[in-house]
Write a protein that binds this ligand. Sequence first.
Ligand code: B12
Ligand code: SF4
Length: 565
Amino acid sequence: MVAGFLPPYKTNDLEPELSKNTANGQDRILLIELSPSVPNLGRFLVMPRFGLLAIASILAEKTRYRVKLLFEPYTGPITPESVAAENPRYVMLNGLTTTSWENETFVGRFRELTRGTVPVITGGEHASMFPESARRYSDFVFAHEGDEGVLSLLEALEQGDPSTRDSLLSRVPGLHYRGPDGAWKFNAGAARIKEIDYRYDLSVVEGAEQASKRFRTACMPVQTSRGCTYCCSFCSWLTLYGKSGYYVRPIDDVIHDIVHTVEYTGIRDFIVTDNLFAGDPAHAEELAFRLKRTFEGRETKPRLTVLMRADQFAGGPGALSDRLIRMLVEAGMANVSLGLESISSTSLLQMNKKADLPMYYLASERLRKHGIGMLATFVAGFDGDRYEDVVNISEFSDRFGLFTSQVYARSITSGTVDDLMNGQRILHGAMDRYRNGHGVWFMPAQMLPSELQHAIFDSCFRFHKGGGASRKLALRAFQAIWAGMQPHYEALRRVEREVLVPEGIYRERVTGGYMLASKVLNALYTDEERYGNFQARCARIFLEAEPGHRTSPVPFPQANAASMA
Ligand code: B12
Ligand code: SF4
């Protein structure tokens, strides 16, 4: 329990009036997850993001505030007016980068309504990866794990004395905040949480009770471990956590979350949000044993989809034994989402994936033998990838026996090895709303950016058009996403026509098609002024391509409006 709560948080002229009002909402924290206006694949599942659920549960258990989590698919539209009417003491927002525009618009209006009296605290993936951008709509930005820091932050904010408050704020790891002079500060050096300590309390999530009865595709995230033991060049897990380390959760807590979810929401489909499920085989074995025993004789056995590497099924380090795989299946592990990433050996090497195609086929056989469903994610746009390599992922996925094949764009993100080596290839100015995993905003080596964008969807369409009715739901999702991506796709084509090709950054091959002229780009990059101008021209085109120049959300076009589908 955080001690000494609820002395007034004096920041403005409204405060004395509000602080008398603790019984009237002023002891309330509202946590809000808005939906992005441009669809992404994940949006077709009704599932709150794990991080905010964890933070809400921690606040409900360890503080005296009244906590409410609003998840837009459960509640219907969340407006600044409805939130302001609840007179919260604090508002907390999460979000992926694709939702940053919605968050910014929401907070803009909310601040007008409340005259800036309610502190807005943000955390999660966008806040950790692009804190400068999250600062635009936040009073406090939390990078990395927030479980412990959020309590220290509230403790600091409840201090009446400004210098005590500032001193406490300066000790919250991972926090971006404004100092007494109004300038932003950042407490670097986030420590990893080694003893993860929370249990879901879904009673604080509005509309979660029996959610399975209202939403056909309702799922719930659950976490058994944090971090990874690998370092693939493109992967953002280190940026998200701030430091290396792989830590497991106590089994009792994991079991609690699953049982509580099944009983309270009726949901039995879980996505395990671990970066690397079963990275500690002994922990996985105990989990399998306990989970199986917990649901023995019950009809509500959970179905788990876990994120894993192929080599965990094919003799890699930490590979799972047949016995353990069988135990996990009996406990409910129904599907494995494999991060296969590429079918090009060159690209797999460039990614530092430490895996190859023979290993993939071995894993596929093993999973099939155990009757486990397989889906896979790929990252397209590495230097070994030509248009046809990306499209051929669909045929490979078919042969491999996947039920869903998801091709994402290589998205050079801050703090990754890929960023260090290839940061100059990022096209600045692409709108955040298209940074949803599907959008391309960098310059691939063997094709134009728009061709890569096209190839990614071409591959997903080809795979999901085959294979019968089971793939049709995903096909419709990809069609809707492609339709939503059209302004971005058109902007890429204009950037190429007006900047990249005329400037010689892409050259036409004698055999047809375009390739990146790395020397031209690198020379441009070394000239700060010219590179700045080049990026400014691209950014202007991205902005001009936006319907209404960002003044209104992108209209949701009919799925069949997009030509390729
Ligand atoms: C697990 C996962 C998923 C799962 C589970 C999602 C869920 N509902 O929880 C699944 C597979 C479903 C998924 C789907 C998607 N994902 Co995903 N996913 C991940 C993954 C592998 C791990 C997430 C993670 O560990 N986060 C980091 C930790 C630190 O955050 P956390 O545990 O959630 O929360 C902690 C802190 O962030 C903080 N915190 C969180 N919120 C808040 C709020 C406040 C107020 C505070 C104070 C603190 C705080 O405290 C929490 C507890 O410590 C990462 C990739 C990776 N390798 O790490 C991608 C990643 C997060 N996903 C990404 C994307 C793009 C998507 C999709 C849009 C893909 C798509 N096109 O469909 C969908 C969106 C689905 C949706 N509606 O949410 C991107 C996000 C990029 C970005 N900057 O926005 C990532 C980074 C992958 C990448 N490199 O592109 N994803
Ligand atoms: S892609 Fe997967 S295996 Fe590679 S570093 Fe990221 S989480 Fe770990």
